[in-house]
Design a protein around this ligand. Structure first.
Ligand code: SF4
Length: 245
């Protein structure tokens, strides 16, 4: 089964019922999760990564305390038509859920745009979702060779690179962003990343300051230092348009 084709075997359970996504949370209104759009944000449960700077660690485990069914979410979304532009899917890692594709298609059928925040760990699932996305916030976490140091998932760098290449060759709008903490990424890592992004044809890159809100790693919280402006100037040699936020 090639990319961009929904394989029904992916979303049908052993007893023949369709596996609908469930959600761990809903923000009813956001002006920051899809640039230029007013959106609702749906949070999926589960992520294979264990990034030290994660600010949603409660969403890492496969099962969480709070579950919203897709029909109840759709019922609410119908009442938001004309009030919101879009729905953004966030996590956790949304693309771990193959059936999320059904949710995205239904959201589009209601007339909303669809945004996705992803770390790109599941290139096949991500490729299937791409035709139904209007915007992607894509995390690039480290040089591809150093990915397991950050995510603690063996082989994750190659998968993320594949997802990134698929996104760049699609027509979707996107933002590539990196969370910068000097304990995790040193200046040589950032230069390597800038070079890798340049080779992939990336010309705009967002460097995000580490956000201690929600982070469970006290060492990171205590050791945070600002992003060095001289280093950013060196990165601009490779990627001209860099935004620090
Ligand atoms: S990929 Fe995102 S959600 Fe998953 S552990 Fe890392 S920061 Fe948290």
């Amino acid at each position: 089964m090639g990319a961009n084709v929904l394989d029904m075997r992916d979303i049908i359970s052993e007893n023949g019922s369709i596996l609908l996504p469930t959600f761990a949370g809903l923000s009813q209104f956001s002006a920051v999760d899809y640039p230029g759009h007013l959106c609702a944000v749906l949070y999926t449960q589960g992520c294979p990564c264990r990034c030290r700077y994660c600010h949603n660690p409660s969403l890492q485990q496969g099962q969480g305390p709070s579950v919203m069914s897709w029909p109840s979410v759709m019922e609410w979304l119908v009442t938001r038509k004309g009030l919101l532009d879009a729905v953004a899917f966030c996590g956790g890692e949304p693309t771990v859920h193959k059936s999320l594709l059904l949710a995205m298609r239904q959201v589009r059928a209601l007339g909303f745009n669809v945004a996705l925040h992803t770390s790109g760990l599941y290139p096949h699932n991500f490729a299937n979702m791409l035709p139904f996305l209007d915007w992607v916030g894509f995390d690039v976490k480290s040089p591809f060779a150093r990915y397991p140091d950050v995510t603690r998932v063996p082989g994750s760098g190659g998968k993320v690179r594949e997802s990134l290449e698929r996104m760049l060759s699609s027509k979707v709008s996107y933002e590539i962003r990196t969370t910068v903490h000097n304990t995790i990424l040193n200046s040589a890592d950032l230069v390597t990343m800038a070079s890798e992004l340049q080779m992939l044809g990336v010309s705009r890159w967002v460097l995000q300051r580490f956000n201690k809100a929600g982070c469970a790693d006290l060492e990171l919280v205590a050791s945070h230092t600002p992003i060095d402006g001289d280093v950013v100037d060196r990165l601009r040699v490779y990627v001209p348009n860099i935004l620090v936020r």
